[in-house]
Ligand binder design. Sequence first.
Ligand code: HEC
Ligand code: HEC
Length: 223
Amino acid sequence: MKLFANILLAALMGVTASASFAADEHAAAPAAAAAKPAKPDPAKGDTVFNATPANSQSCASCHNADGNSAIAANPKLAQQHPEYILKQLQDFKSGARKSAIMKPLASALSEEDMRNIAWFVGSKKVKTGFSKDKDTIALGEKIYRGGIGDRQIPACAGCHSPNGAGIPAQYPRLGGQNAEYTVAQLTAFRDNVRTNSLPMTGVAAKLNDREIKAVADYIAGLR
Ligand code: HEC
Ligand code: HEC
């Protein structure tokens, strides 16, 4: 009986260890950056974000001067949690998140630039959009608020909050994001093209194209 209890305990500890490992993976990047706590300087971030480097475009040319990207394929960065922005820039640089566009741009940034930019765009107010497809809005809302229970698709609101503001620092803001960008990301998570988040790979795994479009359109109008 004692032996059995020990085996059970060992198994339980194994589960706990792997669960905390998964959580650590997310905390790792911000924690490592926080080890050298140079206070982020949003004014310097503004300067780098809006400067045009030799041989390259400014961040602002694609994401607008205040991070409210007007081009549908480019994400809005305004009001996003700085820790999330920082993680994405680090992931583009390391290759953990693949993007032919963002890889060279992020690679040219120092860790300090990344932090300054992250706190600059995070300080800007997001300009939210509108849902456009009235035929799918109910489906989008249902997925966002309640998930699809019989297919193990969890409610987005559980991690990204009911109004889409996210939960700092781990769960990014989604509300008002360009739908075209959100569709691309959900599809990339589902198809294992964006592999820098285990939770989102799991969430997106069972969504079909129609559901992805519906929830992305709903999110665009969420505030
Ligand atoms: C040529 C247009 C272009 C330029 C210039 C550009 N970006 Fe991007 N950015 C994109 C696109 C497209 C994506 C989406 C990448 C993908 O496919 O995942 C993106 C994604 C991002 C993301 C991820 C946002 C999220 O919600 O996950 C961040 C952060 C970002 N860019 C910051 C920057 C910064 C900082 C600069 C300047 C150093 C910059 N971008 C320059 C087009 C651009
Ligand atoms: C268990 C928590 C959890 C749930 C539930 C969840 N997400 Fe996420 N989501 C995350 C995390 C964590 C990230 C950040 C990934 C990273 O760090 O790169 C994220 C990122 C995203 C992104 C990328 C944002 C960007 O700017 O690129 C989108 C889009 C997204 N989630 C949509 C959804 C949708 C739609 C649902 C519901 C179908 C959902 N999420 C449910 C945890 C969750």
